[in-house]
Design a protein around this ligand. Structure first.
Ligand code: XMP
Length: 517
């Protein structure tokens, strides 16, 4: 099976391109993000099924504002313009865009003419939509029918069914726009005539075929972190090449309760994968002894991890012809490292699994085109345990950075207990999927006075840090129900000796980070 023809989402530099690309995929249509600086000829060379022009921060009048090359409209490819993309499209096709002074930001009522076209067909005539614009289209280009208006936008939606083009001033991709996904779907299926074939089954089949082609008869290794990305990547490769794959799991002793077992037993049982577990707990704890500085901890863990992994890889390679290394790179990583958009939104990837160049393996990255939610769907489809697929993100350096102070066996055991209680209560309350992550932090260098049993105690505080987030770049503290917090607090102080206080972190990110360190 060949890669499907992509719907290209042209990124005009705001936050919307990734969201649009995800919404397109939710409609079971494959999408890719490209920068607006990519020449139209290059876009067309990708044989796109359609092009979507995203919103952007600029005014089409601003000096240097990105324009749309009119060549895009002569190639017969269906085009959908959103917000800035809508205005740029109108301008390129000979319509009029004006500064009217009528700004609209946020929820705005739209007056639609559902009967006038396809995009808004059968939808209510009064629709709340999400707007964010200063300029507006005052005259649609020739051949276009105007299908909606708002107080600040005389032309708020238009379409030209013959030319298979449409556009909207508002943002159909955000949840605040009623029926937004339906509009996007209408464009894809009814105006552009695309079939919804991007399904988990098809993705698996396609990736399996690709991996087989890439790897041939050679041996492959994969480092498992316990996280969902590497687990799904390895499961896909295993489906493709079976026992040519060996996985390595380094137990650095900084994991949470039950995690090593989850990989060693449940994952292997679900997949039948060949797994080499390296018990490196003593080595890591030895190297970390007495170290309190978080950066120092990270460096030590990174260094030891690479040494252990390399040694394991060499051992495996000694028995065969290992040429490939599997990595669970996701599409947002590719986009953010400049592989997709060229925008300046670079996230620093502080993975402990960052392996040295001189390992000299070719990379197999079967998740490079996928978003996290798609990876989870694939994981379930591949039969991985639910607890693994829905696992919250967990930092590579593990509990070492959730102990503020030096790391030792005793403190790790203590934090593991507190962390397990928090997780158990969150799960019991049915709230696992309502929080992005729930770090529990031990302030090992702080003591305070309390009263426990019959006497005075002098113990450590534990911090609860439940957060909600879309992508970990920003986050807010989760408003968990007080009775859940109360149960966690009571259980921790009752069941974990040495802890006599539980506090809740109510800081957003920024200014805080998710982890404490
Ligand atoms: P911060 O604390 O910077 O964390 O707000 C953002 C996200 O990254 C995770 N994190 C890591 N993940 N290796 C990882 O794989 C690391 O070294 C690391 N440090 C932080 C953190 O848990 C949160 O999801």
């Amino acid at each position: 099976m060949s890669t499907p023809r992509p719907v290209l989402v042209v990124d005009f530099g705001a936050q919307y391109a990734q969201l649009i690309a995800r919404r397109v995929r939710e409609a079971k249509v494959y999408s890719e993000i490209v920068p607006h600086t990519m020449p139209v000829a290059e876009m067309l060379a990708k044989n796109p099924a359609a092009i979507i022009l995203s919103g952007g921060p600029a005014s089409v009048y601003a000096p240097g504002a990105p324009q749309v090359d009119a060549g895009m409209f002569t190639a017969g490819v269906p085009v959908f313009g959103i917000c800035y993309g809508f205005q740029a499209m109108a301008q390129a096709l000979g319509g009029t865009v004006a500064h009217t002074g009528n700004r609209e930001y946020g929820g705005t009522p739209l007056q639609a003419r559902p009967e006038a076209g396809v995009l808004l067909k059968d939808l209510p005539a009064d629709l709340p939509v999400w707007m964010s614009h200063g300029d507006c289209v005052t005259e649609a280009p020739a051949g276009f029918t105007v299908t909606a208006e708002s107080a600040g936008a005389p032309v708020a939606a238009f379409e030209d069914l013959v030319g298979r083009r449409a556009g909207v001033q508002f943002h159909p991709e955000v949840g605040h726009t009623a029926h937004g996904q339906e509009m996007l779907t209408r464009f894809l299926y009814e105006i552009a005539g695309i079939e919804p074939t991007w399904t988990p089954e098809n993705i698996i089949d396609e990736q399996v075929a690709r991996i087989r082609e890439q790897v041939g008869e050679k041996e492959v290794i994969c480092g498992l972190s316990g996280g969902v990305d590497s687990a799904v990547a390895a499961a896909l490769v295993h489906k493709a090449v079976g026992d040519q794959l060996t996985c390595v799991f380094v137990d650095h002793g900084l994991l949470r309760a039950g995690e090593a077992e989850q990989v060693e037993k449940d994952y292997v049982a679900a997949t039948g994968i060949k797994l080499k577990v390296v018990d490196a707990r003593d080595r890591f704890l030895g190297a970390l002894a007495g170290v309190t500085d978080p950066e120092q901890k990270r460096k030590i863990i990174g260094r030891e991890f690479i040494r252990v992994f390399e040694a394991a890889a060499r051992e495996i390679a000694a028995h065969g012809d290992v040429e490939f290394l599997v990595q669970g790179t996701l599409y947002p990583d590719v986009v953010e490292s400049g592989g997709g958009t060229g925008t300046a939104n670079i996230k620093s990837h502080h993975n402990v699994g960052g392996l040295p160049e001189d390992l000299k393996f070719a990379l197999v990255e079967p998740l490079r085109a996928l978003f996290k939610d798609e990876v989870r769907t694939l994981g379930l489809q591949l039969g991985l345990p639910e607890e693994m697929v829905w696992r919250h993100p967990f930092p590579g350096p593990g509990l070492a950075i959730r102990i503020i102070g030096a790391v030792d066996e005793e403190r790790l055991a203590l934090l593991r207990k507190a962390d397990l209680i928090a997780r158990q209560e969150l799960t019991a309350a049915g709230l696992d999927r309502d929080v992005w992550q729930f770090p529990v932090v031990l302030l090992a260098d702080v003591r305070s006075v309390g009263v426990q049993g019959d006497g005075r105690s002098y113990g450590h505080p534990v911090v609860l840090r439940p957060v909600s987030s879309e992508d970990a770049m920003t986050a807010d503290w989760s408003r968990l129900p007080y009775d859940v917090i109360a149960r966690i607090s009571t259980r921790i102080t009752n069941e974990v000796a040495e802890v006599n206080r539980v506090v809740l972190d109510v800081t957003s990110k920024p200014p805080g980070t998710i982890e404490w360190e």
